[in-house]
Design a protein around this ligand. Sequence first.
Ligand code: IMP
Length: 187
Amino acid sequence: MEDKVIVDGLTFVPYITRDRIQEQVCRIAGELRRDLAGKSPVFLCVLNGAFIFAADLIRETGINDATICFVKYTSYEGMSSSGRIKEIIGLGEDIEGRDVVIIEDIVDTGLTAKYMIDDLRRRKPASIRFATLLHKPESTKTGFQPDYVAFSIPPKFIIGYGLDLDGKMRNLRDIYVVEEPVCADKR
Ligand code: IMP
């Protein structure tokens, strides 16, 4: 793990190691395996941020007859949510009667999650579950509570393991948090 990562003039410091991430991926995969026993689910990976988490999680579940689909939305500009959700890639698959598992990188305001779930419900799936690598409960604007959460974190901006700053740093194996500026009275 690097001591620090600098991107666009901002410094990021180590936050969650790859080992801790893998531990939590295994835990959630086990819970999904248990909860979806006997079903052939649809795993719905939310691009771009969830692609690494989804790849690790789906493989770890060992559910070989699952369908894997991708959707894409944007809401973030730089380090904050614009509050407007835009669909970039929609769902082509017929999910009526299917057990859907949404796989997200991070739930921040919860607006993307709410938008997706409202849209999916109209398509009459048998069930919808929501798995996220990260959750910032203090940032919620919707009260949305994911079903499976690897890490609950404070409302700080992070990068790595799929998460980006303006498209960069998704490839980092560990997760880094933006360094807080040192206040004069804390020096
Ligand atoms: P929400 O709709 O506000 O819950 O935002 C969800 C999306 O915001 C995520 O899928 C990410 O793309 C982005 N996002 C939220 N927090 C962060 C962060 O700390 N780092 C990188 N992207 C983030």
